[in-house]
Ligand binder design. Structure first.
Ligand code: GLV
Ligand code: MN
Ligand code: MN
Ligand code: MN
Length: 413
């Protein structure tokens, strides 16, 4: 079928859906807290499923809780073109991270319905379980299972800090589906997302054509020293685990600056034991998040972290448990999908620039099993993973329209 030029999406319907979804887990500062596999995540999923059924889609859920809403194609035996992202959020999350890609996908389906447009290949909208990795580490775990990067058992056994597993929580909220995870051909995958950084807005561009994504390494480190009384214990006789952690926090920051400006290095979670103001901390658990678009530099950052941890532990007399719990190499997105996004930009007349994703996305794993592309839209001041995360209806509409064009490019190929 030739590509029609008068395609449009309903931007106000998309925006209204974003605002309706944002009521589930709404926070006082205007953001969202909808952690993976909580009751609020269930409510978000239920709303999405209802909207998809109202749009005439068939909904299936796989064994790790990924949801697929399918709109049939003229030749329904063709592999589907999938659009998607996630509905889970950070504890201080915004209204758009993940949700935008899911609801932009739904809006593409609704718009195709309005136009009575039947694609050659089927089109699906996917919600991937636990993209954030905030409650259950690592991030992108369920798209990783779909892509064959992780075993299903590994995914289901991921536990939160209270010891509850993804498998238990999926069953509890009614989203432990029975469809097999992955193992089916995907014609193409497209994920629309807010940029989560400042580049597009600063340069006055509406669309980011995402060519690559940074690689990541995640670590969990436990330092064990000795609890002791904060008064009688002389400074020279302490084995303070928190002092060790503090030195590593400083080292992590230095490593990020050393390999900058593309390097990112963050300690985001720390648990201090026993966490009492007059006890010298005997045990500290903390995490490190490293990112870089160049795998060799990510490896160099890894070596420096290991050296800093070993040196710190030796100096203070701490025992160390050091684990790299997650790694994925930098991603290059599929040339034909990137071209389809670029073509969408041309057809809609948006301004654009190529961009490398600083964040992790389910698209990074889908890229291993399907031709994959991403569409970025700007967010205000580049702020994300924050309740004040904001974008505009105009940008959201433009990104959705580009997504529609890119999807049709592949679904009618
Ligand atoms: C999750 O959103 C990440 O990119 O870290
Ligand atoms: Mn996201
Ligand atoms: Mn996120
Ligand atoms: Mn992410």
């Amino acid at each position: 079928m030739t590509h029609p030029h008068n395609l449009a999406v309903n931007g106000s319907r998309l925006w209204q859906s974003l605002m309706d979804m944002a009521k589930i887990g709404a926070t006082e500062k205007g953001g969202v807290c909808r952690l993976a596999l909580t009751d609020l995540d269930r409510q978000g999923r239920d709303l999405f499923v209802r909207w998809c059924e109202e749009a005439g889609c068939t909904v299936t859920v796989d064994r790790i809780g990924n949801i697929f809403a399918r709109r049939p194609g003229r030749d329904d035996s063709l592999p589907p073109v999938i659009m998607g992202s996630h509905l889970d959020s950070q504890p201080t999350g915004g209204k758009y991270d993940g949700v935008y890609g899911v609801l932009a996908g739904l809006e593409v389906v609704r718009s195709l319905n309005d136009m009575g447009y039947v694609t050659e290949a089927p089109v699906e909208v996917a919600v991937w379980t636990n993209e954030e990795g905030s409650r259950f580490a690592p991030a992108m775990v369920a798209s990783g299972v779909f892509a064959g990067v992780f075993d299903l058992d590994y995914g289901l056994s991921r536990a939160d800090l209270d010891g509850r597993t993804m498998g238990e929580e999926l069953a509890r909220i009614g989203y432990a589906g029975d469809a097999p995870v992955g193992g089916r051909p995907v014609g193409a995958y497209f994920e629309a997302h807010i940029e989560q950084g400042p580049i597009l807005e600063a340069e006055g561009k509406t669309i980011g054509v995402v060519t690559d994504a940074q690689g990541q390494r995640w670590y969990e480190i436990t330092f064990t020293g000795q609890e002791a009384h904060a008064g009688p214990t002389p400074m020279t006789r302490r084995r303070d685990a928190l002092l060790g952690a503090a030195r590593v926090v400083e080292a992590v920051n230095r490593i990020g600056l050393t390999y900058g400006p593309a390097a990112c290095a963050t300690v985001g979670l720390m648990q201090i034991h026993p966490n009492s103001r007059n006890v010298i901390p005997g045990r500290v658990f903390f995490t490190v998040d490293f990112r870089h678009p160049d795998d060799a530099i990510l490896a160099a950052m890894d070596a420096e972290l290991r050296a800093a941890v070993a040196e710190t532990a030796a100096a203070i007399g701490l025992e160390t448990d050091f684990r790299q719990i997650w790694y994925y190499a930098p991603v290059k997105f599929d040339a034909a999908c990137v071209a389809a996004v670029r073509q969408g930009v041309e057809r809609t007349g948006c301004s654009s620039r190529d961009i490398v994703s600083g964040a992790g996305h389910d698209a990074c794993y889908l890229a291993r099993v399907a031709p994959t592309g991403m569409v970025f839209i700007p967010c205000i001041d580049g702020i994300s993973h924050n309740e004040i995360e904001e974008t505009t209806p105009e940008w959201a509409t433009a990104g959705c329209e580009v997504l529609l064009h890119a999807v049709l490019e592949r679904a009618n190929a």
